[in-house]
Design a protein around this ligand. Structure first.
Ligand code: SF4
Ligand code: SF4
Length: 183
């Protein structure tokens, strides 16, 4: 329970965390002349463990892009989606790793009330509702898709605490296969 409270607090502070890590990374890379290959390796490593967290929790460019996207609120979902579809080499690698990462967004079907709030918070399922859903059976889980940048808004906004971000490694089953089996 304590872990979940801490996670929700961290999600609410995500932008602050992103600015602090992003600026620190930018200064460290510039001051110590660290090769971008090491940054790429670091991004890939975080991708294996946590999925595509680099873009929205650590990236200096991501900080600027998020600021620019927030200037057009009506279009921010679409812009965020496009931005995270293209990305950079770190985003390509860690986005692909969303399917296989150790930590994933997990749904507790027993407590889910099918209210749909999570889907409305997610730019992927909002823009592709026929294909993606965080809670509906028979649809792909956006959390496993390339574009999920682990903003974790879905986890934070679920009123029943039915979504968590936790260690859920399963090399043989995709999120879709799991949801189809439960149908
Ligand atoms: S917000 Fe929570 S309770 Fe509502 S549909 Fe999503 S997972 Fe289920
Ligand atoms: S973390 Fe949740 S809300 Fe954010 S993009 Fe991924 S599935 Fe959507």
């Amino acid at each position: 329970m304590k872990k979940q409270k801490l996670l929700r607090w961290a999600i609410k502070q995500r932008k602050v965390i992103q600015v602090i890590i992003g600026v620190a990374l930018y200064i460290t890379i510039g001051y110590y002349h660290i090769s971008l290959w090491y940054v790429l390796l670091f991004g890939a490593f975080t991708g294996v463990i946590l999925g595509k967290v680099f873009c929205r929790w650590m990236c200096p460019m991501g900080v600027m892009m998020e600021f620019l996207m927030s200037m057009t609120p009506g279009e921010s979902f679409r812009q965020t989606y496009q931005y995270h579809k293209l990305g950079c080499p770190i985003a390509w690698i860690s986005g692909w790793l969303n399917r296989f990462s150790f930590y994933r967004i997990s749904l507790n079907k027993d407590t889910c009330k099918s209210c749909g709030i999570c889907d409305k918070q997610c730019y992927i399922s909002t823009l592709n509702s026929a294909k993606y859903s965080i809670y509906q059976n028979g649809k792909e889980r956006p959390g496993a898709s390339f574009s999920c940048s682990k903003c974790l808004q879905c986890v934070s906004e679920c009123p029943n605490g039915s979504l968590t971000y936790k260690f859920a490694f399963s090399p043989l089953k995709t999120e879709k296969q799991v949801s189809m089996k439960k149908k």
